[in-house]
Design a protein around this ligand. Sequence first.
Ligand SMILES: Nc1nc2c(c(=O)[nH]1)N[C@H]1C(S)=C(S)[C@@H](COP(=O)(O)O)O[C@H]1N2
Ligand SMILES: [Mo]
Length: 365
Amino acid sequence: MSELDTPPVGTSASADLTPEELQLAARNHGMPLEALRYDLTPAGLHYLLVHYDIPEAAPDTWHLEIGGAVDRPLTLDLHALQSCREFSLPVTMECAGNGRARLHPRPVSQPWLFEAVGTARWHGTRLRPLLESAGLRSDALEVLFTGADRGLEGGEEQDYERSLPLAAALDEDVLLAWGMNGAPLPPQHGYPLRLIVPGWYGMCSVKWLRRVTVLTAPYRGYQNERAYRYRQEREEEGEPVTRIAPRALMVPPGIPEFMTRNRFLRPGECLLEGRAWSGHGAIARVEVSDNGGRDWSEAALDAPVGSRAWHRWSYRWDARRPGDYELCCRATDVTGEVQPLHPVWNLGGYAVNAVQRVLVTVTAA
Ligand SMILES: Nc1nc2c(c(=O)[nH]1)N[C@H]1C(S)=C(S)[C@@H](COP(=O)(O)O)O[C@H]1N2
Ligand SMILES: [Mo]
């Protein structure tokens, strides 16, 4: 029996999406790749992922509780929060499952291809001063963030909640956000309040945030212990999924064919452009290939849109010769980490940052 005959539970060796994957794909959505043109992704084009349902939120009765291993637990309503010192920051956020649908066998979950990313300016206040004014106890180890949404996952009924190591929660750029791109948070992005953890995959940025609990022991809940771990087999403990791996994406050039989305282009020079980002720091270089990754050329790289946000890149592609091309782009970040050419498999389909491939036909004129 070949490996593909016995996929681990929760994967599919079939090219066809299951009805459950289609259901998820129709509720959640990616950022159309042409929206890579914007420095800040308009809210409606930002990717969206909601595990359960968008909860009802009455702003007048909303409270955020800050408790656990603190000396002075706090309860803040929206008005009290919004009278804290304002802070806003452009942040590139990406779902840990981005790229999952290109694995074989495919982990059965939200079937992202490339587009589970977006950059918004998030408006709110820094988390750190609030934790400090609550008085962190010396044995504080982690901080747990709980949303108002509830569901079943892996057979467990749960509030959506995720814990962060204390040092990560104390990062100066972690924010409690009530605004997105200068407007109130839309319901689907966490109204009235969400956490934003720059540099970490999206699952850490808990939406509809209602409770912050300082913990003195490692959190053992579902979203940290069972989901979001790099594993080859279900029984493995695995390593936690944390920061965003580097990735570059391009705006697919030319015009698409409706069903295949393959691209068609008249001969001539073509300006390729896109974005690149990493949760480990800035991007050091972006390279472009027009032959599926055999040869690479250096793209021009702009300064990032913000210290925690993507860079624009561009490349003048000589597309004068008619024919079929496989365009690729790949990013290397300041730590030297570079995107792999082919997807690297793991059970949950996390951080699959293999290079983007775009099939382009340069027509005869
Ligand atoms: N409360 C809550 N927070 C959540 C989620 C959720 O389902 N519930 N999804 C997480 C995941 S997996 C991602 S990738 C991001 C997506 O944020 P966005 O929909 O605003 O792009 O939110 C995170 N925060
Ligand atoms: Mo996600």
